[in-house]
Write a protein that binds this ligand. Structure first.
Ligand code: FMN
Length: 187
């Protein structure tokens, strides 16, 4: 559904599914491997993350939290790959809240990664009834497209603005840590 709506807006969309990355075979974060020694699947994904101008983070709700598979995947990459680009939160669940509680935790998580989430979020309750297996709405397609479009429109606006600033603006005020995270500590 997100792929379809983003493609309609003219964007190149890369789908990343933790199931396809083979995370069960991966133990260390990408940045913890010596140069050129990381598993190929992690390195390929690192390049994709770096190349993106924005991220749509899609998650079901598990115990009022984001998908552990998504958190596990994201935890394998340093924040500098995501930083200075926006993200959008799209959650779903089988129940009535559409993953809204998971989304609250995702805001903090994604902010720490540096891809600040836009304010409009998409929550899809009873996802198994609302979407079919092809990602099409079963009812009220125009209304749902409009609802998701609000989130994607914000993402698009911020992604374009951030991309312009990364190309034309001053160097980012804080770079990646070059020694360790204590570099950001209070004096
Ligand atoms: C371990 C577990 C915990 C869950 N916790 C919640 C929850 O806190 N809130 C909720 O609305 N649904 C919860 N669900 C239901 C899932 O959101 C729902 O089954 C969803 O469709 C799972 O998506 P997936 O099949 O893509 O993983 C939970 C499901 C599982 C298996």
């Amino acid at each position: 559904m997100c792929q379809r709506l983003l493609a309609k807006r003219g964007h190149d969309v890369q789908l990343v599914d933790p199931l396809d990355v083979g995370m069960a075979d991966v133990f260390k974060p990408h940045f913890a491997y010596a140069e050129g020694r990381a598993p190929q699947a992690l390195s390929d994904l690192a390049m994709k993350i770096s190349a993106a101008d924005g991220y749509v983070m899609v998650s079901p709700e598990y115990n009022h939290s984001m998908s552990p598979a998504l958190a596990h995947l994201l935890n394998h990459f340093g924040a500098s790959r995501f930083a200075w680009k926006p993200s959008a939160i799209v959650t779903y669940s089988a129940g009535q809240w559409g993953g809204a509680r998971a989304a609250m935790g995702m805001r903090g998580f994604l902010s720490e990664l540096g891809c600040l989430p836009v304010s409009a979020m998409t929550h899809i309750p009873k996802a198994q009834e609302v979407l079919n297996d092809d990602g099409a709405w079963t009812l009220d397609a125009e209304k749902w497209d409009g609802y998701v479009g609000r989130t994607l429109g914000q993402l698009e606006w911020w992604a374009e603005a951030a991309q312009r600033q990364r190309v034309e603006g001053d160097t980012a005020p804080t770079g990646a840590f070059d020694r360790d995270p204590s570099q950001r500590n209070a004096p």
